[in-house]
Design a protein around this ligand. Structure first.
Ligand code: SAH
Length: 336
């Protein structure tokens, strides 16, 4: 519940507004039960327990990278399902990479999260709890969020928007929209819907190929809207919000990393002001695709920057702890 909704519900129970604020603060600090809210009377705590349901994620596993301090959490949800959150440490602060669904139904050929399909959407409170618990368990302040964990956030649109409002609220985690990135495999209608909300977040689009033939091999979503429609939606998004889009491009050996792909990407993106984030594919044993060779990554990067496209190669973090999307949950499922 947002502070306003909580205040409304408290008012209906004949409780003063400041009580709602008190409870919202407790929840933001990670209280998992009303019993923990020690500055409320015992009588009030039991009334709240009857009127509301509080759920909390519990920690199944925590892995800390010996290489770079990246932390990975596997959480148990109230119904026994599990999802992952990754905490990445940068000079300018800590960013949590959170999951938005249990599994995913988008079927990308290189991704571990989609094996086994989608089980269910995460609720707004479960996503918020990923942020709060990651802060508590790691003992650090979460300064930024990327919606790049398990799931397709725009396939869980309403819950994700509700989560964004909650995590943005100054009375709660207070994480500014400019510190939030949302990554999508490219759902065109939802990109338009998001544009209309004028949020100041960064939209990342998982492109992974500049052309229909290659992209359709890697991403089934491309059958729904081809790359032309996707580029158009991105152009509209920028026109409406004034926020530049960042494209993700995972380099897969001999599939999307040839000189032709680099030139075609330049042709499509030059002059749009878009940014390309190259990722060396994380090897997922079930998927049979290989990461590009380092010299190919260098050549690809050079073609892009020579062509006037701003490009960065994503630094690998947490490679010793299966930190890539969906790997930890996969491991847990294999054990069952
Ligand atoms: N569903 C959203 C967000 C989650 S995935 C999306 O598709 O954007 C976050 C990013 O990781 C996406 O760009 C996705 O394509 C990429 N990704 C998935 N599996 C990967 C792998 N094995 N190696 C490198 N990147 C991968």
């Amino acid at each position: 519940m947002t502070p306003a909704e909580l205040a409304g519900a408290f008012q209906a129970m004949g409780l003063p507004g400041y009580r709602a604020e008190q409870v919202f603060r407790w929840l933001g600090r990670g209280a998992a039960s009303f019993g923990e809210m020690t500055d409320l009377s015992l009588d009030l705590r039991s009334r709240l327990e009857e009127a509301f349901t509080l759920t909390a994620l519990t920690r199944l596993r925590r892995q800390v990278s010996q290489v770079d301090g990246t932390e990975k959490y596997l959480w148990r949800l109230p119904d026994g399902e599990s999802v992952e959150t990754v905490l990445m440490r940068y000079k300018h602060g800590c960013t949590a990479c959170i999951s938005s669904q249990v599994g995913c139904r988008m079927g990308c050929a290189f991704c571990a999260s989609t094996i086994g399909g989608k089980v269910r959407d995460l609720t707004a409170s479960e996503m918020l709890d990923e942020v709060i618990r990651t802060g508590l368990e790691s003992g650090t302040r979460v300064d930024g969020i990327v919606l790049m964990g398990i799931g397709e956030p725009l396939d869980n649109f309403d819950n994700v928007m509700r989560f964004l409002a909650l995590v943005n609220d100054p009375a709660g985690a207070g994480i500014g929209m400019r510190h939030i990135s949302l990554s999508t495999c490219g759902l065109v209608e939802e990109i338009d819907k998001l544009a209309r909300l004028h949020l100041q977040l960064t939209l990342s689009v998982s492109l992974h190929a500049p052309d229909d033939e290659t992209r359709s091999k890697l991403m089934p979503v491309n059958a729904r809207h081809g790359v032309d429609q996707l580029y158009e939606a991105c152009r509209r998004y920028f026109a409406v919000t004034g926020r530049r889009i960042s494209f993700e491009y995972a380099l897969v050996r001999d599939v999307n990393d040839t000189p032709w792909h680099a030139r075609e990407l330049v042709r499509r993106l030059r002059g749009t002001g878009s940014h390309v984030n190259l990722i060396r594919l994380n090897y997922v044993s079930e998927r049979g695709l290989m990461p590009s060779r380092p010299e190919t990554v260098r050549a690809f990067t050079k073609t892009l920057s020579d062509g006037g496209v701003t490009v960065t190669v994503r630094r690998r973090l947490g490679s010793d702890i299966d930190a890539a999307c969906g790997q930890l949950r996969r491991g847990e499922m294999r054990k069952r």
